[in-house]
Ligand binder design. Sequence first.
Ligand SMILES: [Zn+2]
Length: 285
Amino acid sequence: MKFEVLTWCAAISIALVLAMASSVRASDDTFTVKVGDLEVSMLSEAQREGGTDILIGASDADVREFIPNGSYPSAVAVYLVRSGDDVILIDTGFGTNVESNMRALGTSPEKVRGLLITHSHGDHIGGLLSDGKPAFSNARVYVSKPEYDWSSAMRESLDKYGGAVNLINPGRLGDGAELIPGVRAIAAYGHTPGHTMFMLESNGERLLIWGDLTHAMAIQMPRPGVSVRYDSNPDQAAEVRKSVLEYVSENKIPVAGMHVAHPGIGTVVPDEGNPGGYRFEPMAD
Ligand SMILES: [Zn+2]
């Protein structure tokens, strides 16, 4: 009963905030922010609840504390980056809603010039092909060499893109050459052997699109050492997560994630009184 009342209160306050917000919210399927001159949009493939059975290294006490109802908000999303006529897409999701979400924002798959891939799991590359052909017919594709070498499924799909595939060697946080203007690829190996994040920068503003650095924000923010069954190397994934969270919170760099629930974009701040833990503050609509 208490939970129901709280939920209702939350729903009412969210409704009030939305009513007061001056920005236009097209639908729950997209969420757009400005990063300097860039317009970055979260395109939702799915919003859903995740289960505790995927967690690795979470104590029973932590699960009770951070996931008291047995599930937590999760999502599958891709990110669209626009600057004038330049259109970049980061991941393809399953390929279910990407095209309709793009059209709702006034663009389309054939306008994508750069397609950046974080890694080779199906919820990220499922939309590479449409009827066996490249779904993004004018795009150059950028993918890390270790990921390409690791995943035969991805190589098969990318074969259809022929010479448009660029194999890259991601740099380190705060380092690395520009892949295309305003975009740097950053190694975050662990979730998969070639898992890559993308740092966007324009007019002194930055946004880190961190791919699958997290899957269960409810517990992986306060306890970054918790990994998930989808991580190829759970220990390496945990170490990378800790160092990235430290870096973005110290440098106050907003972040976006493929499994972060709507709006998908926000900031990471240290969790006072919980050393080594963080809180995620979603960006307001
Ligand atoms: Zn994923």
